[in-house]
Design a binder for this molecule. Sequence first.
Ligand SMILES: O=C(O)[C@@H](O)[C@@H](O)[C@H](O)C(=O)CO
Length: 423
Amino acid sequence: MASKPTVLGLTPSFGFGDRIGLATPGHVEAMKRSGKTFAPIFPQQSIREMARTSRGPEQVMKDALEGMTQAGWSGPTGADADHLKTEEDVNRTAAVGFTFFTIDPSGDVDASADNYDEPTLRDRFASIRDRIGWVDAYKGRQHELPNGTTVTLDEEACLRCAVKYGLAINSAVALADHIKSVHEASGSDYEIELSVDETDQPTTLAEHYIIADQCLSSGMKLVSLAPRFIGDFEKGVDFKGDAALLEKSLHDHAAIAELLGPYKLSLHSGSDKLSMYAALSRATKGRLHVKTAGTSYLEALRVAARHDESLFRAIIDFSRERYDTDKATYHVSAKLDSAPTTKEVADVTELERHYLEKWEDVPAGKGFTAPGRQILHCTFGSVLTHAEFGPLLRSLLESHLDTYTEVLAIHFSKHLEALNAGL
Ligand SMILES: O=C(O)[C@@H](O)[C@@H](O)[C@H](O)C(=O)CO
């Protein structure tokens, strides 16, 4: 019998989202092979994923706990109620035993604030001044971080942060208060992650400092924070960008987390970012959380590529029809013409290479880069709720659970080993 989800505190942790409900045995197997320093989060699903797959929190929790029991996992696990935006999201997930609550206040972020000229910035600030009381308290301050970097909170940085994130901080604090009251009523423990990763511009050090400081001073039980890091963290493929600049910035963000918390730095869209994992582990000295989800769905399609070619081809055709619509809320850059149609590729192994890629084709220490992965990645909801493809894929996985478990074990062992390399 699997243990009940618990809080994990500052232990290095790794989130294994599962959009189908059959991946946990493979996740457990990867943990057994390579997860020595990491605590797992097996039940993990965002509200967006639940909406797209028509699975509710009960089902997500039940599938993960059953998978843990089936695979003989008796160690601890967290349970991540991911990308929560409303009190209703909290109530539904708390009721079934989620312990790690990821608050996503992106609906209240003013994403245009980075481009406002000074008069517009002052104007916008004037319109929300009565709801943001902290600008004068930070203005003019400088903070030396444990790694020697200085965070400068000049007037412009404070105003821009207030306009961009002020209302989002307020809504995050309000949702955290609700999480607290729900858990006080039930007498159960919980922890909070704040995610501000889904923005176009990277989170500056000044923004990170103010956001975290405001949340902590409100009493938020913040155990991890997901900034938007520099470079590109697109879904389904490796990190794109300047590795040296990223590493320097990871050290700075980790130093803020150490100074103000400590809390963990969290990496969203963490699947397949193997080329930067060691840097993340080094910079945070293991005080980190990595979140993955869509990559387990892609590995499920690998099972289709190997055991039911016509289903694999049909799913690719359908995903190509859906991609331009379904990619709307995801950070991806693939275009439909970056991968061939199924008619253009006769050999299924070649098709697998274009749409999923194979580990044997990827250099050591790197992740996948094939653009076709993104076409399949964003369209999971349409496929899984499709009257024909959803049930066919599920029954294929059920009859080839050994293959699914093994491909996931290989896939995630590579992830965990790359993270361990920096510790
Ligand atoms: O697709 C989703 O909604 C979630 O899986 C992700 O955004 C999640 O937060 C994540 O970053 C997984 O890599």
